[in-house]
Design a binder for this molecule. Sequence first.
Ligand SMILES: *Cc1c(COP(=O)(O)O)cnc(C)c1O
Length: 402
Amino acid sequence: MTSKPSLRQGRPYMAIPGPSVMPDRVLQAMHRPAPNIYAGAIVDLAASLVPDLKSVARTKHSAAIYISNGHGAWEAAVSNVVAPGDKVLVPATGRFGLGWSDMVVGIGGAPQVLDFGKRTPWDLDQVGDALKADTAHEIKAVLAVHVDTSSSIRNDVPGLRKVLDDLGHPALLMVDCIASLGCDRFEMDDWGADVMVTGSQKGLMTPPGLGFVFFNDKAEAVRKAMPRVSRYWDWSPRADPEFFYEYFGGTAPTHHLYALREALDMINEEGIENIWARHATLARAVWAAAEAWGSDGPMEMNMSDPAFRSHAVTALRLGAPHGTALRDWVDQTLNLTLGIGLGMAAPGDPAWHGFFRIGHMGHVNGHMILGLLGGIDAGLKALDIPHGDGALEAASRVIAGV
Ligand SMILES: *Cc1c(COP(=O)(O)O)cnc(C)c1O
């Protein structure tokens, strides 16, 4: 037998859950000299982004743009409504609720964390009990991660709104849609979210570096009653700028704005409802394959109940050392990069090597998902990791709709 040819040449697929695949149109939009930031086209372009961002967020309220990643958007949101000593409630599933809670600690707030672990969504009864116990209404906000990217759990935001409403609790509902916006259905106004945060590099298909905070009038009233808000994170001038530089608290992130303009054009062309439907179908193809693989051998989806699974990312358990071995194999052999298992075990613990995640968010289509699943299937075979048959058949049926 001759030696095996390399199969790495060709377009790579970065299937980690963010940064997601960037469309060529988005990349090309950035390929130009810097514009004048004091006058001219960039001023109009920046203004044009705001209504389109609000329409993706399904809100008629306000939007502030930050030069930041998701952590910056987290800090921006809480900096406007949480003063030192203020209490917030954080129902956490997986890593990201804990991360947002830690930002609150950093600005002197007092989070109360309800940790539901890595494999179960929020228990809304327990959230209700914690709010009921707060008879003085000291809890100022509930920090809610819609899709936890580490566990791939999608939480029930309308259900959480109902808990607050039924109890007549005035806390702000603040939602992290960093992994879900532009992938999973999210309706800021209809679902009664008061604040929503997201970032550019996931469903919005734009390089990391922009953070967004959307807020309604109730949140704005809380902002107005704050003793002080840091100049840079203050959302008021950004959402209602008198001068162009106030949108960004300084120099505009010019090339990110070109990229985002193009990405929002693509989103408008496809339509957000179609985007949600595409993600739902592609997610079902991934799940169908994972179920078939898991019918024999160690593979298991982290989230067993499909009703609480994200349409943008799927976390899987394969047992150590198979998770890392599979990621390494598809990366080195096929130029396909899968996500690590985030927060599932401590780095350094041998169990850390038992997990992986598939990012299927943003600019992904049927052939990319079928190729990705084929790559994983080949990896399981090459590495002799036990698995059930029929995964690609099952995924093809979902894509074919038969
Ligand atoms: C990616 C992500 C974050 C963090 O975003 P960074 O850009 O890495 O700071 C926060 N929350 C969720 C749900 C995410 O998916």
